[in-house]
Design a binder for this molecule. Structure first.
Ligand SMILES: C[S@@+](CC[C@H](N)C(=O)[O-])C[C@H]1O[C@@H](n2cnc3c(N)ncnc32)[C@H](O)[C@@H]1O
Length: 189
């Protein structure tokens, strides 16, 4: 399902993440990437969709973007990732290029509160993975940019360290939310 290039970059990022955790690298300097199982779930959400346009808020070094971009490559689409940390932006670009996924993913550098309002695209899937205290506000900015029936996925919303929330936005109401725990392998905190 994933080609060798993508597998190699995913494996390297998993090793980097484990090493940084072991060395107690401060949280803001780490990738804080999703668990592998969450990546597999994201892949499964997007791969069956034709022309799947994905918005990712919080791209970090590109681990989750790799799963999403490898998924949209199947039937067409694109991932637009937002990230404001310049070191992570640089790493994101290198990792996506190393995986051969540049054609399927692009990054908008800068604070999502500034970049997102100026984005005129519409999206089939939104993945929220910035700071969770900003999810509500970011979701409100993203909301007018959702296709009918779009899927919204938020990582780490609940108390459990690896909890994923998914919802389909409803007319006149908040998103309909489903929760699932995606295993203990990871990490984003
Ligand atoms: C939990 S990490 C994302 C991990 C990434 N999705 C992955 O799995 O590889 C959160 C990221 O969001 C970024 N971030 C937080 N607030 C942001 C904002 N307002 N605009 C852009 N990026 C933001 C942080 O710099 C950090 O890299």
């Amino acid at each position: 399902m994933l080609d060798d290039l993508v597998r190699a970059v995913l494996a390297r990022l998993e090793q980097e993440d484990a090493r940084e955790r072991e060395q107690n690298v401060p949280r803001e300097q780490r990738a804080r990437q999703i668990a592998r199982t969450t990546g597999q779930l994201l892949f499964a959400f997007v791969a069956p969709q034709t022309d799947c346009e994905v918005l990712e808020i919080g791209g970090s070094r590109g681990y989750s973007t790799l799963w999403l971009a490898a998924g949209v490559r199947y039937l067409g689409g694109r991932v637009l990732s937002l990230e404001y940390d310049s070191a992570k932006v640089e790493a994101w670009r290198r990792n996506i290029a190393d995986a051969g996924l540049d054609e399927w993913a692009e990054l908008e550098p800068g604070d999502a509160f500034e970049t997102l309002p100026a984005i005129n695209d519409v999206f089939d899937v939104v993945f929220l993975d910035a700071e969770k205290e900003h999810y509500e506000e970011l979701f409100q900015i993203a909301r007018p940019k959702l296709e009918p029936g779009a899927l919204v996925v938020a990582d780490n919303l609940g108390d459990s360290p690896q909890r994923l929330e998914c919802g389909l936005p409803r007319k006149g109401g908040g998103p309909r939310v489903k929760s699932s725990s995606t295993g203990s392998g990871g990490t984003s905190g």
